[in-house]
Design a protein. Structure first.
Length: 281
């Protein structure tokens, strides 16, 4: 059952309030169980991860590998797993042209999400970023779809310059995020930026709109306290939690397959903890 209009309105209001001051961590579950556990720990909002979900299906993190309706079904199940606000990692909006983005963002909003992220990665090795004019019009289309829904869902615009390996990702991201802000994005995000000076410059360039930073590995420059000082409002971890889980699984499985040992089973969550948590629902 999809979240009711009132439940979605409450989630959107709570999510929007989190962006007004301070800095919060937005962890990324990849299935119902991990969403429930993150709520149990006290997190105030969640975000889906296209990569984390793709890996559960034995698929690569590519738009062409995960059909739109399959992704929408996944987003909906995360939305319905807890009352927390959920931000959807909706990749490129499952369309290249603005009209496609408009239509598909409307479908995503209808799942009950509190936020939706749209990236400017074309998925092509040549010209991996949409031309700037088209990229801006795609954000305008997403904005239009949200406004027409009347939900107030938060629109995050992502510049993928660091992830696709452009030669000057900072300059490209600075220009594009400023343009996406003008086009109606509520929150700006350049996954891959790690230099505090560059993060600070991005924050200033789109102020007063909030900025999301991706933390994908331990880094003394990317702690909650340090990013708060830089003016960052939101921290997500993308597929990192999923990859930590995969890492433990891979190491344990390799030990059994190669050496016949079970050392990798040490450190797992207890049956009692997980069974008790999920049995209390």
């Amino acid at each position: 059952m999809t979240k009711s209009n009132s439940a979605q309105s409450a989630a959107v209001a709570a999510y929007r309030a989190l962006h007004t001051s301070g800095c919060f961590i937005l962890p990324n579950p990849w299935d119902i169980g991990t969403a429930i556990y993150l709520q149990h720990l006290g997190f105030k909002a969640l975000a889906t991860t296209s990569a984390g979900y793709a890996f559960t299906r034995g698929l690569p993190d590519e738009v062409s590998a995960i059909p739109r309706d399959l992704m929408l079904a996944h987003i909906k199940e995360i939305v319905e797993a807890t009352p927390l606000p959920v931000n959807a990692d909706y990749q490129n909006g499952y369309g290249h042209g603005p009209d496609e983005v408009d239509k598909n963002v409307a479908l995503c909003v209808a799942t009950g999400v509190a936020g939706v992220s749209i990236e400017d990665n074309t998925g092509k090795s040549e010209n991996p970023l949409y031309d700037l004019d088209l990229a801006v019009n795609r954000i305008r289309a997403a904005r239009r779809a949200i406004d027409e829904s009347g939900t107030g869902v938060i629109l995050t615009a992502r510049c993928e310059a660091w992830l696709v390996g452009t030669s000057n990702p900072f300059e490209v991201s600075l220009e594009r995020l400023a343009a996406y802000s003008e086009a109606g994005a509520d929150c700006l995000y350049a996954p891959g930026v790690t230099d505090p000076k560059e993060i600070s410059a991005i924050v200033k360039a789109v102020s007063p709109k909030p900025v999301n930073v991706l933390v994908f590995r331990p880094d003394p420059n990317l702690t909650l306290a340090r990013l708060t000082d830089l003016g960052v409002r939101r921290i997500s971890v993308g597929s990192a939690l999923a990859r930590v889980a995969w890492g433990a699984f891979v190491n344990a499985a390799k030990g059994m397959a190669r050496d016949g040992n079970f050392e990798g089973l040490v450190g797992g969550a207890t049956f009692a903890e997980l069974n008790g948590l999920f049995g209390s629902k």
